[in-house]
Design a protein around this ligand. Structure first.
Ligand SMILES: C[S@@+](CC[C@H](N)C(=O)[O-])C[C@H]1O[C@@H](n2cnc3c(N)ncnc32)[C@H](O)[C@@H]1O
Length: 479
């Protein structure tokens, strides 16, 4: 960066101000998704540049030199260069890991803007407490229907598995539900034998039905997530006893299957994660394409209903980045609808682009033939946590990468208890046999597992103590 006026990295707020100033000057929609749109394409003349710089100075208190629009090709490069003052990463280096780390530094600064745009910046303060209240109501009502009402239990009474609960569902009680009750102060661990005992805290008497309606009314942007919780939460006791089948509820009813797909694709927190992923991929892949004139090679693990695929292909097509995309899943049952959904993307993409569909179980050593050491990126969203051993799965992902390639993971790293009421009823939630106590692992636990899988460095999004959930983690290989 040639600027001697601006010494600080741009904050997310400043980037937003810059985007909105460019938008009002050009009349073109310009937001954090447009990081790589060349400044040249915006047709900013000297007068408009002056207006943009004035607005950034007035609204963000930052004096940018006029030369930034000449020296940087696009906003991504501008953010990179200013961010580089802090993180030491060079944006001009095309060395794989350095390039990824530099791109990630820019992504990190977009967190607040992306969460705002996706509609989840208030999740922890406003939505989560109300959601937790509903989760506890479903549990309390379930215990009451199972003949073990917490309302009637005297303080000090040890909790035991209600007799009607199927043995296989003891895992969700022991591994999740008692934690939720403890966090709500309704039970505590007894010293000595470690059993959960009832405390004196009264049970919230508000019916789940009322709380559910309030949640839909007060937080409509998360409505489909509330509906998904309600699908199994309202029948939680019956699922535990086997009177209701969670698989039939979630996958047998078209309306609930759609809620699942919607959760991975459109829920505000999923959208934020996908946007963070795509912002990083866009910066890295644009530079790879420019430097090496070849399609980027990407493999997606556990692509399933294609929630993440859609975001990535949208970006690749829009940025005119040629690609070879391998859509994989352990089950081929997802392929027919994925082929139908994604063919138009291939038709619209830069020439030489293609999507292939391959069955891949990430718990097994990948077949050497097509897959070995080829990919610029392996991506996986909400899949790897549900495998037996994270080191085995992540080592297999690493084997697919070329030197300097990276493994982009989107995973919940902070426990969200509502997930236990939905996915905790399924076997996939409890497959782990690698020392975890719950399938959700935090960033430090992932780092240990990824280090042990042979990765060189782990990046995750964190800005001033704020972290997204699901989290975007990028595990880098050595160049
Ligand atoms: C929760 S879904 C997420 C789907 C998709 N990533 C999305 O965000 O829309 C998890 C996916 O991982 C797949 N899966 C589960 N175990 C797997 C394994 N061992 N190897 C590859 N895929 C697996 C499942 O079939 C399912 O499609």
């Amino acid at each position: 960066m040639t600027s001697d006026k601006h010494q600080r990295p741009l904050s997310a707020e400043a980037i937003k101000v810059l985007c909105s100033a460019i938008e009002s000057e050009t009349g073109c929609r310009y937001d954090v998704d447009g990081l790589d749109v060349p400044f040249d394409d915006l047709a900013l003349d000297a007068l408009s540049i002056m207006h943009v710089l004035e607005e950034v100075q007035d609204r963000a208190g930052i004096e940018l030199p006029a030369a930034v629009f000449r020296d940087c090709a696009n906003l991504s490069e501008l953010v990179n260069k200013l961010g580089g003052a802090n993180n030491g990463a060079s944006s001009t280096s095309l060395g794989g890991q350095q390039l990824v780390r530099s791109a990630f530094a820019s992504t990190n600064q977009l967190l607040a803007a992306i969460e705002h745009e996706a509609g989840c910046s208030n999740f922890w303060t406003d939505v989560h407490p109300d959601q937790m209240r509903l989760v506890r109501a479903y549990i309390n009502e379930s215990f009451a229907r199972l003949g073990a009402s917490l309302i009637d239990m005297a303080p000090g009474t040890p909790l035991s598995h209600p007799p009607a609960v199927l043995a296989k569902h003891h895992r969700v009680l022991d591994g999740a539900i008692y934690d939720i009750l403890r966090d709500g102060g309704l039970v505590e661990r007894r010293q000595g034998d470690g059993r959960y005992i009832r405390t004196a805290r009264p049970v919230d008497p508000t019916p789940s039905e009322t709380l559910y309606k309030n949640l839909l009314r007060d937080h409509p942007q998360h409505a489909n997530t509330h509906r998904l919780l309600n699908a199994t939460g309202a029948q939680f006791a019956e699922c535990l006893t086997g009177q209701a089948d969670p698989i039939k509820i979630l996958f047998g009813k078209p309306v609930n299957k759609e809620l699942l797909q919607d959760f991975y694709t459109n829920a505000p927190m999923s959208v934020a994660a996908s946007k963070l992923l795509v912002a990083t991929l866009r910066t890295v892949f644009s530079q790879i394409t420019q430097a090496q004139s070849r399609p980027v090679e990407i493999l997606e693990v556990g692509a399933g209903m294609g929630g993440t695929t859609k975001f990535v292909l949208d970006m690749l097509v829009e940025a005119r980045i040629p690609f070879r995309y391998i859509f994989t899943d352990i089950s081929a049952s997802f392929f027919p609808s994925a082929k139908k959904r994604f063919q138009p993307y291939v038709d619209a993409a830069a020439s030489g682009s293609a999507v292939d569909y391959v069955v891949l179980d990430i718990e097994q050593t990948p077949p050497p033939r097509h897959l070995q050491s080829r990919f610029d990126a392996v991506i996986s969203t909400n899949c790897i946590h549900a495998t037996r051993d994270l080191v085995v799965s992540c080592s297999n992902a690493r084997r697919l990468l070329r030197p300097g390639g990276f493994f982009a993971l989107v995973e919940f790293t902070t426990r969200l208890y509502w997930l236990d009421l939905v996915f905790g009823l399924l076997d996939g939630w409890w497959l782990f046999e690698d020392g975890r106590t719950h399938c959700t692992a935090d960033e430090m636990a992932w780092k240990k597992k990824l280090d042990a899988s042979g990765f060189d460095h782990l990046l995750w999004v964190e800005d001033g103590g704020r972290k997204p959930n699901p989290q975007l983690m990028i595990a880098c290989t050595a160049d």
